[in-house]
Ligand binder design. Structure first.
Ligand SMILES: Cc1cc2nc3c(=O)[nH]c(=O)nc-3n(C[C@H](O)[C@H](O)[C@H](O)COP(=O)(O)OP(=O)(O)OC[C@H]3O[C@@H](n4cnc5c(N)ncnc54)[C@H](O)[C@@H]3O)c2cc1C
Length: 481
């Protein structure tokens, strides 16, 4: 069992920024735990440590990372804290539960760094906890989406950033949101032919967002950079279009793309078939709230009705000395996550140490968070999921891939048995009961049954825990309120 002042769960942009800022402005000790192979989170995802022929080092993939300078600087500051004996940062540590433990919080963790079959359990006790667990890809089913070669856009990106792997030679990218562009750009730069980026929404949605755009010129520059990459690699970007089905026998061989009408329904007769060997589809992200929910912090919703952690202007949650930053507070990109991480550090330093952080820098961070959050809200308004996304679902389209539940079964649970939310669909059909625990199909089940994203699900254990690791835990019972 280790003890620290501050526990940071998640070494993505938010967690790293918080840890580095706490070190700089206090004498507090910090432990950072992350489930991944190394610091960076999704945005600055690093390859797994490896040696021998073909092993990659992070520098070989550096061109795939936007704003790498910020990452390098955060890691330098964190490493300095480690050298001074004030910080511990551990990778391949999956925190499966955080509970109050007297005056502290206890984080129960599976250490997977020894490899499969060698998992070990550990507990870290801390005076304060930052939940910076990020988000995961949002998928929607369509006929053929369960064929090998059809992935989420985040999946395509993760393969590329973590291993330099191109999922295919002819790739179609679809869904909605600005994240489609970096994925297409990265693959195109590494030699894939992007047959099309099919953005379901139209650029007109941005006309109402002039204020958020003008206040965020860096985002405009980023967009222009991706547009230049698309032009250079002759990537067709088609708006108001959607990948409505994927075809193939053993793996994906083609997709059908349809034009959407103003209401977001596929226009009959507009379908086009395009040959591909890989597909990436993404409809935004869902905040990873497992630990926040177990901790019992108050949640709120973003503009699209998605549950997010509610925080004050120093990223404090409703629980004493529990803070949240980054995508768990609402999806908004890495720059917002970094700014929120710094603000959380200001909250932690103010609450735990004798002196707070300089008021000017806190005020600057608050302004930055407000500015970037306004841009994130603009993205949500300009990139909704089109109303007609389910029009092309067929009765035998699989909705829950883990439990192999088909759309007909889900529809009959809704239409004939009266299910009105994803929980009832789950109870009646097993949708969401498998390995992914609804992370892949839960959003679709919620939209079909209730017309909106479902509430956050309570998972007392947020990751599979081997019994041996549990047995190795300290015998004292955690104190649960
Ligand atoms: C698959 C994927 C790929 C993405 N790629 C890009 C991209 O290329 N460009 C872009 O602009 N945005 C990308 N995003 C969006 C991106 O998540 C954010 O903009 C940014 O990384 C958010 O920073 P964060 O610190 O909030 O979360 P993240 O970067 O997601 O970091 C969260 C960290 O928490 C760790 N974690 C989560 N749960 C636990 C747990 N229980 N125990 C221990 N550790 C845990 C994760 O391993 C992760 O490292 C991607 C998102 C996803 C889901």
């Amino acid at each position: 069992m280790s003890t620290t002042d501050v526990l940071v769960v998640g070494a993505g942009p938010a967690g790293l920024a918080c840890a580095a800022t706490v070190l700089e402005h206090s004498d507090l000790s910090v432990v950072v735990l992350d489930a991944g192979h190394g610091p960076g989170g999704q945005y600055w995802r690093q390859p797994a440590p490896a040696s021998g022929p073909g092993a990659l080092d992070g520098a070989e993939l550096a061109d795939l990372h936007h704003d790498r300078g910020t990452f390098v600087e955060l890691v330098r500051r964190v490493e300095q804290g480690r050298a001074e004996g004030r910080l511990e940062i551990r990778s391949e540590q999956h925190v499966w539960s955080v509970v109050p433990d007297g005056e502290r919080y206890a984080a129960h963790t599976v250490d997977r760094s020894g490899g499969p079959g060698r998992e070990a359990g550990s507990t870290t006790r801390a005076r304060a906890v930052l939940v910076a667990t990020g988000a995961y890809d949002r998928a929607l089913p369509f006929p053929g989406w369960d064929l090998p070669g059809v992935m989420t856009v985040g999946g395509l990106q993760a393969l590329l950033k973590a291993g330099g792997v191109r999922a295919g030679q002819r790739v179609a990218i679809g869904g909605t949101g600005p994240f489609l562009l970096p994925v297409a750009a990265g693959l195109a730069r590494r030699g894939s032919t992007i047959v099309g980026v099919y953005e379901a929404n139209r650029p007109g949605g941005w006309l109402r967002e002039g204020r958020a755009v003008v206040r965020n010129p860096a985002k405009l520059g980023e967009g222009a950079g991706y547009a230049a990459t698309m032009l250079r690699h002759r990537v067709p970007v088609r708006t108001g279009r959607m990948i409505v089905s994927a075809h193939g026998t053993d793996r994906v061989e083609a997709v059908t793309v349809a034009r959407l009408d103003r209401a977001g329904h596929p226009v009959p007769g507009s379908e086009q078939r395009v040959a591909v060997d890989a597909v990436g589809v993404g409809w935004g992200f869902t905040p990873q709230l497992d630990l926040a929910v177990t901790l019992g912090v108050d949640l709120t919703t973003d503009l699209a009705g998605t549950p997010v952690v509610g925080v004050d202007d120093l990223q404090r949650t409703s629980r004493p000395r529990v803070y949240a930053a980054g995508e768990v507070c609402g999806v908004g990109g890495a720059a917002l996550a970094v700014a929120e991480g710094r603000l959380a550090a200001a909250g932690i330093v103010a609450d735990l140490s004798a002196h707070g952080m300089p008021g000017a820098s806190v005020a600057r961070d608050r302004r930055e968070v407000a500015r970037l959050r306004a841009f994130a809200d603009a993205i949500l308004r300009a990139h909704p999921v089109p109303a007609g996304w389910a029009d092309r679902l067929e009765d035998d389209t699989i909705l829950c891939r883990c439990e192999e539940v088909r759309c007909a079964t889900v529809r009959s649970a809704i239409d004939e048995l009266g299910a009105t939310d994803a929980r009832q669909v789950k109870q009646l059909t097993r949708t969401g009961m498998g390995w992914c625990q609804g992370r892949v199909c839960g959003y679709a089940a919620a939209l079909l049954s209730s017309g909106r994203p479902g509430p956050a699900v309570e998972r007392l254990i947020s990751a599979p825990v081997p019994l041996g690791a549990l047995a190795a835990q300290p015998t004292s019972e955690p104190h649960v309120e």
